[in-house]
Design a protein around this ligand. Structure first.
Ligand code: XMP
Length: 322
């Protein structure tokens, strides 16, 4: 597929299209640090320069160190960037909410509202989004039923006042990565991370301390797999790899005492375009280190007493748990 796709030609056309669409106006984009929004930002920045206002929202659902690293990367790219720290606002809006679709709707809507608030300050009339084909196909855009309302589509309120500019609308993930490599973007090979972030990896209530467990566990999964690849125990990193706080308390034992703690699920998949996925075969030893890394971690050992590996394919499962 990548052989037939010409990244250079795509960028040339996409920049021209963005120029034509935005004209002399101002545009805003929510940049997440992921490949999609970063590639979209680079295209529109090329088209309209500093009239593209990039906004990074720290939702409180980002991975360990992610917000700091992302901000630094965008500064290096020379984006006209605003960082919004909104964790408190998100936790408040999600207080007591456990239903997955409701979570997604609230997160998506809050996101757009924060945007609107920031966009007003810039006078922007265009909203640039890094929407790619699987986002809208899975959100019921084609002839399919809604599987999950994806953050960047399902959360859009009807009364949104800005016009959408979506330069990557028809691309699949591998094509976006090809564009990113062509643009020299640092996160070209980074694994995908969902718009709602760790919120879809914390089943049940979204409390800061529960999100912190998922954050630390995700970090352990990432580091152990990266180490395993470096040590030659695995040939390459999975397409996506993370941990989920499953909201399944189980009985365990700590010292001589009965414990009752959380279960963390480890998920790693191979995929081409996120539409289908296969659970990755991880060497037993590596899985063992991940499991012990989680249950021995000073901040996790009193909370988590069980780690399981999710071996389901997509379909029938999805990649994320919510
Ligand atoms: P699922 O769980 O639907 O995920 O099999 C497929 C891919 O999409 C990512 N994902 C999202 N990406 N906004 C996004 O931009 C979202 O709301 C969202 N939900 C899931 C997921 O991480 C996987 O790579």
């Amino acid at each position: 597929m990548e052989m037939l796709f010409d990244a250079e030609e795509f960028v040339k056309e996409a920049v021209q299209k963005a120029k034509d669409q935005v004209g002399d106006a101002h545009a805003v984009i929510a940049v997440s640090g992921g490949v999609d929004s970063t590639v979209a930002a680079e295209i529109v920045k090329e088209a309209v320069g500093d009239r593209l206002h990039a906004i990074y929202v720290d939702t409180g659902f980002m991975r360990k160190g992610e917000s700091e690293e992302t901000e630094a990367m965008y500064r290096r790219m020379g984006l006209n960037l605003t960082v919004v720290h909104a964790a408190d606002e998100y936790f408040e809006a999600l207080d007591g909410v456990t239903e997955p679709e409701q979570k997604r709707k609230i997160i998506g809507e809050k996101f757009i509202r924060i945007f609107e608030r920031e966009a007003k300050k810039t006078g922007a009339t265009f909203l640039v989004q890094g929407t790619i084909a699987p986002d809208w196909i899975e959100s019921g855009g084609g002839n399919r039923d809604t599987i999950k309302s994806h953050h960047n589509v399902g959360g859009l309120p009807d009364d949104m006042e800005m016009e959408l500019c979506e330069p990557l609308y028809d691309l699949y993930k591998d094509e976006v990565r090809a564009v990113a490599r062509y643009q020299g973007i640092e996160v070209a090979e980074r694994q995908p991370f969902p718009g709602p972030g760790l919120a879809v990896r914390v089943i049940g209530e979204l409390k800061p301390e529960r999100v912190q467990i998922a954050r630390e566990a995700c970090h352990i999964v990432e580091t152990e797999l990266e180490k395993a690849v470096e040590a030659g125990e695995m040939t390459e990193l999975p397409w996506q790899y993370f941990a989920v706080l499953t909201n399944t308390p189980t009985v365990g034992v700590q010292g001589d005492l009965r414990a009752y703690g959380e279960t963390v699920a480890v998920r790693a998949v191979q995929s081409f375009d996120a539409m289908t996925a296969q659970a990755t075969e991880i060497p037993w030893k590596v899985l063992g280190r991940i499991s012990r890394g989680i249950t021995n971690h000073p901040d996790l050992k009193d909370q988590v007493n069980r780690v399981v590996y999710d071996i389901s394919d997509k379909p029938p499962a999805t990649v994320e748990w919510e």
